[in-house]
Design a protein around this ligand. Structure first.
Ligand code: PLP
Length: 398
């Protein structure tokens, strides 16, 4: 037997890990309703036509070559335009790096920041790559609490307690996956103040920025005066192009504190050559083009969110906060006597009701005894899933 690396064997991704038992059921001819993966492209959402057109044109017109490691200049200019419009940030194309989606941005940023034993403050619960990739790059995910009863807002005092001499950055995911929380401006200012006090950069994941239901998203990049902020975004959610694998990040760093980190990250961008050239040409069309499609899509998403929230509040044994952004809801299992863990609960739901959720502990410590539901499918599918789930819960609790 050839020994694999411990580093890789330590990597887990709960969202896809639960797919294996679901596949076993499907092999037996059982129809499973999968509410585990946040991919709008699997349902009635597609990238807007002008982006698809630009992608096809790029391929046909021969834009099939390697581009610059930092991304095409036109793409970086489009990012500057988009981010000035959305966040009012004062950046230039030189501050922007184009990546193979936010996932690669995370790899590059963690790779450029972390030495073994360093830690990054990440929200708990959080999107799994934050813990998984920090560990892969030798770091320690330092999970800060978020307050469920307060719509899962970050707990600033807990954040403060966790900062130590090996802390390298504070990560913020807003709107949040898996909780759907939208952070208040006041909270973001407090995070920036704390980061400033300890000379830490803030890493801001804004991939769901225009997907909000009640309030509007505020970027820490738009609020900072001196604290360096690295903002990440991409085509996967607001532009509905998950499979294109394209994203970007940029530095808002008024005092140039990240100059050396930028150099480290640039070394990493060069060694991975470049992001997809034709996808960038499609992205330019998306970032600079009309956004009216989003209104229609958000109308559908709001209807689905309202529906699932209402159904969940009527099901016994669980409680749930109403998500303010993204397309996830993260209920809490109140009645715990029937299962040993949230994972056992999710597998029980899968085997009995044939509905696939993701266990909350897959999103970190604070996710324990919760589960995540993706509410992207049309109401008819959500209705069938909720009918099955409700019947399951009533039976289990009777
Ligand atoms: N960041 C968050 C918070 C996400 O929820 C996701 C995907 O679900 C990603 C990043 C991954 O984005 P990308 O497709 O750009 O790699």
């Amino acid at each position: 037997m050839i020994r694999p690396s411990e580093r890789a064997m330590g990597v887990e991704y709960a969202i896809r890990d639960v797919v294996l038992p679901a596949r076993e059921l499907e092999k037996k001819g059982i129809k499973v309703i999968s509410l585990n993966i946040g991919d709008p492209g699997k349902y009635d959402f597609q990238p807007p036509e002008h982006m698809i057109e630009a992608y096809c044109r790029a391929l046909r017109e021969g834009h099939n070559y390697y581009g610059p490691s930092e991304g095409l200049l036109e793409m970086r200019e489009a990012v500057v335009q988009r981010e000035k419009r959305k966040n009012g940030v004062d950046i230039t194309p030189d501050d922007v790096r184009v990546t193979a989606a936010v996932t690669e941005a995370l790899q590059l940023i963690f790779g450029g920041l972390l030495d073994p034993g360093d830690n990054i403050l990440v929200p708990s619960p959080s999107y799994p790559p934050y813990t998984g990739l920090v560990k892969f790059y030798g770091g320690i995910p330092n999970e800060y609490e978020t307050i469920e009863e307060n719509g899962w807002q970050p707990d600033i005092e807990d954040m403060r307690k966790r900062i130590n001499e090996r802390t390298k950055a504070i990560a913020v995911i807003n709107p949040n996956n898996p909780t759907g929380a939208l952070y208040e401006k006041k909270t973001l200012k407090e995070i920036l103040d704390l980061a400033g006090e300890y000379d830490l950069p803030v890493i801001s994941d804004e991939i769901y920025d225009l997907m909000t239901y009640e309030g509007k998203h505020v970027s820490p990049g738009s609020l900072t005066k001196d604290v360096p902020v690295i903002v990440m975004n991409g085509l996967s959610k607001v532009y509905f192009a998950t499979g294109w694998r394209l994203g970007y990040f940029y530095y808002v760093d008024p005092e140039d504190k990240l100059a050396e980190v930028r150099e480290a990250i640039d070394r990493l961008t060069r060694i991975r050559i470049c992001p997809s050239t034709p996808a960038q040409l499609a992205a330019i069309a998306g970032l600079t083009g009309p956004m009216d499609y989003l209104e229609e899509y958000m109308k559908k998403l709001r209807e689905r969110r309202d529906y699932i929230y209402k159904r969940l509040t009527e099901i016994p044994g669980i409680s749930t906060q109403k998500p303010q952004g993204a397309f996830y809801i993260f209920p809490r299992i109140e009645e715990r006597s029937k299962w040993k863990s949230d994972k056992e609960f999710v597998l029980d739901v899968l085997h009995q009701a044939h509905v696939l959720f993701v266990h909350g502990s897959g999103f970190g410590r604070a996710g324990e005894w919760h589960f995540r539901i993706v509410f992207l499918p049309p109401v008819e599918i959500l209705e069938e899933a909720m009918d099955r789930f409700e019947e399951f819960m009533r039976k289990r609790l009777s």
